[in-house]
Design a protein. Sequence first.
Length: 305
Amino acid sequence: MTVRVPAKVNVQLGVGGLRADGFHDLANVFFAVALGDEVTAEAGEAGEGVTLTCTGPDAASVPLDDSNLAARAARLLAAHHGLTPNVRLHIAKAIPVAGGMAGGSADGAAALVACDALWGLDTPFETLLELAAELGSDVPFALVGGVALGRGRGEILQPLPVTGTFHWVFAVADGGLSTPAVFRECDRLREQAGTGSSEADVPTPDADPALLAALADGDPAALAAALVNDLQAPALSLRPALADTLRAGTEAGAIGALVSGSGPTCAFLAKDAEAAVAIAKSLEASGTCRAAHPTYGPVAGARVR
């Protein structure tokens, strides 16, 4: 049973103050793109448990132990139904690892869908969403796909209207960035600026009406003008070379540019598909990234292929 699952870009990532539980309230506008992973689930032998394999450009960086969200998803779904999981999971990896595009979360969502189909469970979608939220803040969106506003830690989703197709380029950096480290740097920079970093100091963020209108109208130029990521400054603080990548993409013709999520992947909005291909070629020639991938969206969430 093979499931295809999309990567995401945050076209808006508003970060509130640090909560007592260590998280931040978010206004997180997720956008699913066609660049994605595939997770295949096959029945294992009795007593085999959950095993993982992985192929793809970043396969060596993918953990194949219990920390992998795909393995955790299989075990969580089995436990919910009172089953003993014996399943072989294979991840065909295309989403950058630790790249700010929720690749690990996507694999967790794909494993939920793949195992549910393999085991013939017919788990209600709302229940899958609840299980996904237990796995991580970004996992529910990988099930939903499309475009959605994530509140709370990002797990409380509201689908958003969108018209047409938007064209993107994703520039992949060497190495990854730790999401918790980027959030810590966000808090540090706020303290350094004297604004404070707690939820008492930072207003709860909300979705930008101009950005929502641009999505609903299918207007790439308006969306480009509204792109914002509160984690971009901390990501650049930890990885200053990303500024060169953002500049190279903009000089190549991108109408919008931002760090994707917690980085270090950089996302570029193009006016059309032809422009996206040209921007990707220019970025690869610039030497400021490891690879550049033109793609499009929005697309559906995790689905059996």
